[in-house]
Design a protein around this ligand. Structure first.
Ligand code: GYE
Length: 368
């Protein structure tokens, strides 16, 4: 399958770097050599190996991802009638993803029915049930939480409809990959968290009192971005999460949660936000508290949306690890490959870039 020509680069498939407790051997070697100009790990008495680690980029593609074998079959056709269940539309990521699913269907002459759950899990469960009754050729689903949407994924499979998960995944102990759904196409969120931790270490010299703004509780990006960051900073004794709270991936909640936490944690000098929208809310909160984002408080986040890259270019945000929402081409290519009887791995990992001070300006225009 060739996905890259459609713009969402895909690193075939990759295993999450689960349990990667700290920088890789290669990173540590670089740390030892002290090659980076970003500040030495030992200068401030810190022993944080992440300070001089290079950005590790995407995770390695594993050789052994299973092939989807037990999912409902799909007849090969010239055009398909598909459905896309979206979580909500309050965030540039969601808007860009829905637009991509619609634009790509139109380009191919397919029909796509979309639903928008307005960030309500119950509504999304209902949406998927309604879509099952409409019997589309396939259902594309961006599942809100891992456990909440897993049962309806199973119901779709039981009704003979292949499901392809996009952008997030579901609990594999409830809905079995390759059987209850064909594949999950998403970023490696653990790796994103690890990459964010390295940027944070560089910006703070490996010493930070960090406020963590978490994504929606129970969603796969919130779970895995937390893990990737925590595992990485475990190597840095002076990088501490002083408080972590759910900001629901929203700018508004990111702002109100930060306003409250800045009062209970006056010594916080860093913020790790699981997405850009919460980071942008945090920037607003810092400004109204009379603090200067980027100077008094270093912020790192994930997504690479337009406002965030603009904030990076302005020096208010240290960096944003990309999470690409333009799934239409790869999602429909995958469906076609599956219908043609090709081997489709049960997991496909998006390739994400890093936006920092070195490349933010030139990437603003094409950002979502
Ligand atoms: O980071 C965030 C959105 O599921 C990967 O969800 C996605 C995340 C993305 O609300 O902005």
């Amino acid at each position: 399958m060739k996905f890259t020509k459609f713009g969402l680069a895909i690193a075939s498939v990759a295993v999450l770097v689960a349990g990667a407790g700290c920088a890789s051997a290669e990173d540590e070697q670089q740390a030892d050599s002290g090659a980076s100009a970003s500040g030495s790990a030992s200068a401030g008495g810190s022993t944080c190996p992440l300070v001089d680690a290079a950005d590790p980029g995407n995770s390695e593609a594993p050789a052994d991802t299973p092939i989807a074998k037990g999912a409902p079959k799909l007849e090969k056709k010239d055009s398909y009638s598909v459905a896309f269940s979206q979580i909500g539309s309050d965030n540039p990521f969601r808007l860009a993803e829905t637009a991509s699913m619609k634009a790509e269907a139109e380009k191919r002459g397919w029909k796509v029915t979309t639903t928008d759950a307005g960030n309500k899990e119950d509504k999304q469960i209902q949406d998927v049930k309604t879509l099952i009754n409409q019997k589309p050729d396939a259902i594309f689903l961006a599942p809100n939480t891992e456990k909440g949407l897993a049962p309806v994924v199973k119901q779709a499979a039981d009704a003979g409809i292949p499901v392809i998960l996009v952008d997030r995944t579901v609990d594999p102990s409830i809905a079995e990959p390759g059987k209850d759904f064909v594949t999950a196409i998403a970023s490696d969120f653990v790796q994103e968290g690890k990459r964010a931790a390295i940027q944070m270490a560089k910006a703070t010299g490996g010493k930070a009192n960090i406020i963590e703004l978490e994504g929606t509780t129970g969603s796969s990006p919130a779970i895995d971005r937390k893990k990737g960051f925590a595992d990485a900073i475990a190597a840095c004794p002076d990088m501490k999460i002083v408080v972590a709270q759910d900001g629901d991936f929203s700018r508004e909640k990111g702002q109100s949660v930060t306003e409250t936490l800045l009062q209970s944690q006056p010594d916080a000098d860093a913020i790790y936000a699981h997405n850009d929208e919460m980071a942008l809310g945090a920037i607003n909160a810092l400004k109204s508290a009379g603090k200067t984002p980027g100077t008094d408080v270093k912020i790192v986040s994930i997504d690479g949306n337009k406002d965030a890259i603009t904030a990076v270019a302005a020096g208010e945000l240290v960096a944003s690890v990309e999470c690409n929402p333009r799934f239409g081409p790869v999602a429909y290519d995958t469906l076609e490959a599956y219908a043609a009887g090709e081997d489709v791995p049960v997991k496909t990992v998006s390739e994400d870039r890093l936006f920092d001070a070195s490349n933010a300006q030139e990437n603003i225009e094409q950002a979502y």
